[in-house]
Ligand binder design. Structure first.
Ligand code: SAH
Ligand code: SF4
Length: 379
């Protein structure tokens, strides 16, 4: 990747955001530029969030020209922004090849009594579509199109930060530092662990003090349960958090709604989680969508509770968010509350999200699907 130059006319230039700091340094070394120029460039890219080579005023002009001829500085462009500035906001992005993906910006404490939240979580996508085909999920309905590049994952963060930089004071959110986003969840479209290397490159840049400045403990990777990659992630030096999309604590229930369970059944997944726990000493989160008549009966509480206790995991209960065209039903709030209470009785730390962003289709994939449907209908 260091030999990143693409001859003119041979396809798009590589994204500058794909490069690690070391790769920027190596490129500059090859170009016989002093090492500190690499730090200047990283500053322009991530601290000052500049979108224009010519604005990088402390870089000599020939170097700026060479960069512009070698790398693409573009980031995802906003197609649509949904949601009010003090609530959850959803960004639909178009990538260089026209593909559509999305990110969701979630305030930590939804504005209460006129106060604005000052902590923000960004949920990013890692693939266009998804190959895993969980039966309740909109992201997989159209299958898998392609993996995102590291620079496209980082680009979602950068595009939101840049968008926020240009907001007028009345719609600007409060932030606790020079950047808006404090937390990152990898829960948008796609299965992050199926795009492992670009994901890790992106997470390292977003974690670095010169990059996104987001602490590793504030970055959560959510997976449908790819066992080999969970073990691989356990070997990485960073303390990223892991969330498992469990949705069923027995093979019977889980295989009904998640085809991935046939490849990696609950017992294998559990062992991989134990290994992660052993290596990291970090608490895992189990995500559990409540689907009426599938996994929400009182009899489903005990296997889930036992599994959570074995893994010292907390459980996030999420009532299913209806997806057009899919047959599943969200249980009434009262049964969700009862399920949560029964789980707590077993001594499991449990949260029940009576869903933020429900009103703007925050479940992964839905906004994109609707836009594509609308485009297809219009053309
Ligand atoms: N592929 C990864 C991350 C993206 S999905 C994974 O599966 O973990 C992010 C989360 O949204 C997962 O927990 C997923 O199960 C959940 N999800 C998908 N469709 C949903 C729906 N319709 N309602 C509620 N949650 C949903
Ligand atoms: Fe893919 Fe996750 Fe949706 Fe399953 S829940 S189809 S793994 S994005």
């Amino acid at each position: 990747m260091v030999d990143a130059a693409t001859p003119a006319g041979a396809g798009p230039l590589p994204l500058i955001l794909n490069l690690t700091a070391d790769q920027v340094r190596e490129t500059f070394a090859q170009w016989s530029e002093p090492a500190w120029r690499a730090d200047q460039l990283l500053q322009w890219l991530y601290a000052r969030r500049t979108g224009d080579w010519s604005a990088m005023s402390n870089l000599p002009q020939p170097l700026r020209h060479r960069l512009a001829a070698t790398f693409d500085l573009s980031i995802p462009s906003i197609v649509r922004l949904q949601g009010a500035s003090d609530t959850t906001q959803k960004f639909l992005w178009r990538l260089r090849d026209g593909a559509l993906i999305e990110s969701v910006l979630i305030p930590a404490n939804p504005a209460l009594y006129g106060d604005r939240a000052d902590r923000h979580t960004l949920c990013v996508s890692t693939q266009v579509g998804c190959a895993y085909g969980c039966r309740f999920c909109a992201s997989g309905l159209d299958g898998w199109k392609r993996n995102l590049e590291a620079g496209e994952i980082i680009g979602q963060w950068l595009a939101v930060e840049r968008w926020h930089d240009t907001q007028p004071p009345e719609t600007r959110r409060q932030s606790s530092g020079p950047r808006l986003i404090d937390n990152l969840v990898i829960m948008g479209m796609g299965e992050p662990l199926a795009n492992y290397d670009p994901l890790l490159t992106a997470l390292r840049t977003l974690n670095a003090p010169w990059g996104g400045g987001i602490g590793a403990r504030k970055i959560t990777v959510s997976t449908s349960g790819l066992v080999p990659q969970i073990r691989q992630l356990a070997e990485e030096p960073e303390q990223f958090r892991l969330a498992i999309s469990l949705h069923g604590a027995t093979d019977d229930v889980r295989s009904q709604i998640m085809p991935v369970n046939r490849k990696y059944p609950v017992s294998e997944l559990t062992r991989a989680c134990e290994y992660y726990l052993e290596r990291k000493g970090r608490m895992i989160t189990l995500e559990y969508i409540l689907l009426s008549g599938i996994n929400d009966a009182p009899s489903h509480v005990k296997p889930l509770g036992l599994l959570a206790r074995r893994l010292h995991a907390k459980v996030n209960l999420i009532p299913y968010n209806a997806v057009e065209g899919l047959p599943w039903v969200r249980p009434p709030d009262s049964s969700c509350v009862a399920f949560a209470e029964a789980l707590r009785q077993l001594g499991v730390a449990t949260t029940l999200r009576l869903e933020k962003g429900h009103d703007i289709d925050a479940a992964c994939g839905q906004l994109r699907l609707k836009t594509e449907l609308a485009q297809a209908t219009a053309s």
